[in-house]
Design a protein around this ligand. Sequence first.
Ligand SMILES: [Zn+2]
Ligand SMILES: [Zn+2]
Length: 254
Amino acid sequence: MKIKVLGSYGSEGQGQRPSALLVDDRVLVDAGTVGGACSVAEQVEVEYALISHAHFDHIAGLCFLTDTLAMLAPERRVTACGLGPVLDSLRTHVFNDIIWPNFANIPNPKNPVLAFRPLAEEGEARVGELWVTPIQVEHTIPTSGFIVHDGETGFVFSGDTGPTRKLWQAAREMRGLKAVIVETSFPNRMDGLARASGHLTPEMLKRELDKAPPDVPVWVYHVKPQLYQETAEELAKIDSARIHILEQGKTYTL
Ligand SMILES: [Zn+2]
Ligand SMILES: [Zn+2]
């Protein structure tokens, strides 16, 4: 399995893109950025977008991807997959012909460039060549993490979350787990903000890892670019052998 890091941050900075991973060239895991990291030829190969939740830093790239498809490859389609309430938010608040065109009707409602496919919570679903299980996590709006597997190896993706439990339980039961991809957003001094907004600090991550499967590499994403240095230094102090901040632009192989 190949994971390309299109964007690894919890917001936008100069050259720092919001969170998105591309698995085996076909499946996005969140879509904070797409066109900022992929050529048009790469964009039209994307078939699915697993969306953890509807916050803008996880969907902005999906808006522009549908625009690219409508103009340059209207015969292609990207299917947004996620929990029902997440997809409802996208339909109601984003692709509503106000904030952005309703690309689920473009070029026509029968063969649109955007489709929505709800996934059952804790149910395993076939998404392209992958197996995907959404697990609810703790954020300010309906949000899931994902367990992603290709039949041999896989990873856990936390989505945006504060301290959580079910995801780690599922991760411990998973076979072929090669990496835990988990958010950390704010430095330790912003503990109050992290708790209020459903995010982790390095100190909170440390406690989460006590619940996670041991001996699995931990890849951090979603650090706020405005607070990157401070957060990265605190992460390095926890366990620099095990914890690695995902490098934007890099492709990881499991
Ligand atoms: Zn976010
Ligand atoms: Zn969020």
